[in-house]
Design a protein around this ligand. Structure first.
Ligand code: ADP
Ligand code: MG
Length: 350
């Protein structure tokens, strides 16, 4: 569906490694006062007053993304988002990233420019400096690894391991959109394979396709909670699907949980796509990944502060570990929850 290796073809070898790095990073600028030295030396130099959080994600073509329906600019943008999401899930502010790319000679300078346009756009919108990286060739495909650095005062950092029984379970935004967006894109690609002249009409699916191709990390949620005077007791970002993230929080905090099906936040676009694909929306929310919303626990005393906020939904509560982890369905059935989060390790080698 997309021409993803560039229209005019400038071979990477024409610029050479140094020329390429210089070319790709020429428009990046430094905005954070904590960046003492960015790109251009053997290492970047940072000075943070508070605790530092560091996180890395690796995105491999064919495993984490498919260039048949992922425009390169979006790929760059999303690579940054998945990392920033982890920083926000620690209740920290993201400040710097490094970007490492390995790609085969199938990719042109123009293709890498596209990826960098997405990275640059994400970095400036989210106020993070690109302070370094590495660029190298690969035998096959493209792999992008981003490392994000963030900072927060010690007492503000929120871990996965500190949820308490009776805490409320809260989620930001709505869930299931990214998975249903992927379903639509995969279906359109199948149609395209049969008839390349058939340009897909994605208009009715704008919201869910955007959730898949252009996720936004929830920078606003730690800021909102700070404003409301709420410090979550535990937090995690939803990259693999709600059920697997709930199980992570429970396991790390040594607690159980009760989740209510009727409380799950669904966008109308997700509901209609689920109907069209004949999928159960609850299953999609529990097992579909890549929503990059935040899941957290708060003390009951803080309920009034978040009540009615359009960005936040209370979807359940935590309980003693011995009570287990359950979903209460709309019919009041109590079902034990299992992790069905997407797992790249289960894919078999072709
Ligand atoms: P070294 O040989 O010390 O690893 P490089 O020649 O790989 O240095 O990189 C030179 C500078 O460019 C370093 O500051 C490095 O962090 C930066 N850099 C290299 N590749 C990238 C990239 N893809 N994105 C951003 N910065 C990069
Ligand atoms: Mg290097």
């Amino acid at each position: 569906m997309f021409d993803n290796t560039g229209d005019s073809k400038t071979k990477l070898s024409e610029l050479g490694e140094f020329g390429l790095i210089e070319h790709l990073t020429q428009f990046l600028d430094i905005k954070q006062t904590s960046t003492i030295k960015g790109i251009g030396d053997d290492a970047a130099v940072l000075k943070h007053e508070d605790e530092i959080v560091v996180t890395t994600d690796l995105l491999v073509e064919g495993v984490h993304f498919d260039l048949a329906f992922m425009p390169l600019k979006h790929l760059g943008y999303k690579s940054v988002m998945v990392n920033l999401s982890d920083v926000y899930a620690m209740n920290a502010k993201a400040t710097q990233i490094t970007v490492s790319i390995a790609c085969s000679n199938r990719f042109t300078v123009e293709a890498l420019e596209e990826i960098y346009a997405g990275i640059h756009h994400a970095a400036s919108l989210y106020h993070v400096d690109v302070i370094g990286g590495d660029t190298t060739s690969a035998v096959k495909g493209i792999t992008i690894s981003i490392t994000a650095v963030g900072t927060a005062p010690k007492e503000k950092i929120v871990y996965r391991s500190t949820a308490q029984p009776n805490d409320l379970m809260v989620v930001s935004g709505d869930l299931g959109g990214a998975f249903m967006g992927l379903k639509v894109l995969q279906r359109e690609q199948e149609v395209f394979k049969v008839n390349p002249n058939n340009q897909p009409d994605l208009e009715p699916y704008t919201y869910i396709v955007e959730r898949q191709l252009k996720p936004e990390a929830r920078k606003d949620i730690p800021e909102l909670l700070e404003k409301l005077g709420v410090l979550p007791t535990s937090m995690i970002d939803i990259s693999d699907g709600l059920s697997s993230e709930i199980l992570h929080l429970c396991k790390n905090s040594k607690v159980g949980a009760t989740l209510y099906e009727e409380k799950l936040p669904l966008d109308q676009g997700v509901i209609s796509a689920c109907e069209e694909f004949e999928l159960d929306s609850t299953t999609v929310v529990l097992n579909g990944g890549e929503d990059y919303e935040l899941l957290f626990s708060i003390a009951q005393k803080d309920y009034d502060k978040i009540k009615g906020n359009p960005n936040l939904s209370v979807i359940g509560h935590f309980n003693e570990a011995k009570e287990g982890i359950h979903l209460i369905t709309r019919d009041q059935l109590k079902i034990p929850m299992k992790a069905r989060g997407w797992n790249s390790m289960t894919k078999e080698e072709k």
